[in-house]
Design a protein around this ligand. Structure first.
Ligand SMILES: Nc1nc2c(c(=O)[nH]1)N[C@H]1C(S)=C(S)[C@@H](COP(=O)(O)O)O[C@H]1N2
Ligand SMILES: [Mo]
Length: 415
């Protein structure tokens, strides 16, 4: 199991911190009355029977990302971010999964009985699969994150939803793309493939064949039910660890080709600097503290469990460290659950806040040895000056600091 058993010393320290925090008012003393009877939710009238609804007291919601309304005045949907500040565990509920359409889209309303997936090009036998055909084949079920290239630190962002909400993590079920490609028989000249969606702009991307044969999934289910229309119903391609744009939704066609093909999607997101472009496929190791994070408030000094998420496109997360003094000292965080390959993993760190202003942040290392960099390190790598105006070229996996003021308010440490 990946969750380390805490050393006895560490456990005692945590226990002491917890006891201290509770005496500082985290829970009210019991006075011995029986709990009052709450009002009742009334069956179907409150929408609870056919398809469950959450409590009306839970209001966590997605927000449009990057200042662009979604849907816009024409009814097109763009980018919408997950409320990571409220997240617990590692599963993003499907209703809160971020979603992104590269050029804005009306969501295709696809009848799964009519839908087919065509695989053709450099294959021995071009084949057309119905959704039922796909479901008959041997399946896999795996946790995977998706992250959009638009997910980046910014001085203007106030909350972790604004800085990091363009990533989510779900349990995906489907058939390995390699299973389908073996049915078709790959020709030796097939070195790339193009995956295409069913909407008007096609959302197509070119990807190397090695990735197709490794771990890509043609997914039909997400978190135990059919993939939601916003996330690609009835079939979507999962390209674990690759930038979000490659995970083609409403998947209807895969063409095997012998070189990189420029598509609408590729054109929109490729950088002219080939060094930046090369780093735009696989997501680097990244982590962020989700509690406490921007615009939250600590009610007073004492015990808190710092909690956050870590992920990498290169494999599973091997280690997360937390600093509670602005990056001077780093402490090993604990995992909650077992880190999975190309999936969010939840980390926690027991903290006794002394009530003084400070800065907290996390950093991670994945199991192929890649480490999450600071923004200064990234600037140095690209040979650019590091100042307030620096923006990370390509994908941004920089360390995110949160500033805690002595009144307990939390703000973006980059601001
Ligand atoms: N067909 C199609 N697939 C697509 C897109 C699109 O616009 N059309 N957007 C891509 C982008 S930019 C991202 S980040 C991910 C987002 O997946 P999600 O909406 O399920 O979170 O889907 C990708 N797949
Ligand atoms: Mo994206």
């Amino acid at each position: 199991m990946g969750a380390r058993r805490p050393a006895r010393r560490e456990f005692l320290k945590t226990g002491a911190a917890l006891a201290g925090g509770l005496t500082l008012g985290a829970a009210a003393p019991a006075l011995g009355q029986a709990p009052a009877q709450p009002p009742m939710i009334r069956g179907e009238r409150d929408g609870e029977i056919g398809y469950g609804a959450r409590s009306k007291h839970v209001t966590s919601a997605r927000i449009p990302h990057g200042g662009r309304p979604s849907p816009d005045a024409f009814g097109l949907t763009f980018h919408v971010a997950t409320p990571l500040q409220d997240s617990v565990g590692v599963i993003t509920p499907s209703s809160l999964h971020y979603f992104a359409t590269t050029r804005g889209a009306f969501l295709p309303d696809i009848d799964p009985r009519q839908h087919t997936l065509l695989i053709h090009g450099l294959v021995d036998r071009p084949l057309t699969f119905t959704v039922d055909d796909v479901k008959r084949l041997p399946s896999v079920t795996r946790l995977h994150f998706i992250e959009c290239a638009g997910n980046r630190a910014s001085r203007r962002a106030k909350t972790v939803q604004e800085t990091h909400g363009m990533t989510s993590n779900a349990e995906w079920t489907g058939v390995l793309l390699s299973t389908l490609l073996k049915e078709c028989g790959l020709k030796g000249s097939a070195t790339w493939f193009v995956a295409e969606g069913a909407e008007e702009v096609k959302g197509a991307s070119s990807m190397p064949i090695a990735k197709a044969m490794d771990d890509c999934i043609v997914a039909y289910a997400m978190n135990g039910e059919p993939v939601r229309p916003q996330n690609g119903f009835p079939l979507r391609l999962m390209v674990p660890g690759f930038e979000g744009i490659f995970h083609t939704k409403w998947l209807q066609r895969i063409k095997l080709v012998d070189r990189y093909y420029m598509n609408y999607n590729d054109f929109g997101h490729l950088d002219q600097d080939h060094k930046v472009a090369a780093l735009d496929y696989q997501i680097g190791p990244k982590s962020v503290i989700t509690f406490p994070s921007g615009e939250q408030r600590l009610p007073g000094k004492g015990f808190y469990e710092i909690s956050g998420l870590a992920w990498s496109g290169g494999g599973a997360i091997a280690q997360v460290e937390v600093s509670v003094d602005g990056g001077k000292k780093w402490h090993k965080a604990e995992f909650r659950g077992t880190p999975q390959r190309m999936a969010h993993c939840r980390f926690a760190y027991a903290w006794n806040w002394d009530g003084n202003e400070t800065e907290i942040m996390s950093r991670c290392v994945d199991d192929v040895g890649q480490a999450q960099p600071t923004r200064e390190q990234i600037a140095k790598y690209w040979n650019r000056p590091y100042d307030q105006t620096f923006s990370v070229p390509g994908l941004d996996n920089s360390i995110q600091p949160w500033r805690i003021a002595s009144d307990g308010s939390v703000t973006n440490g980059l601001a």
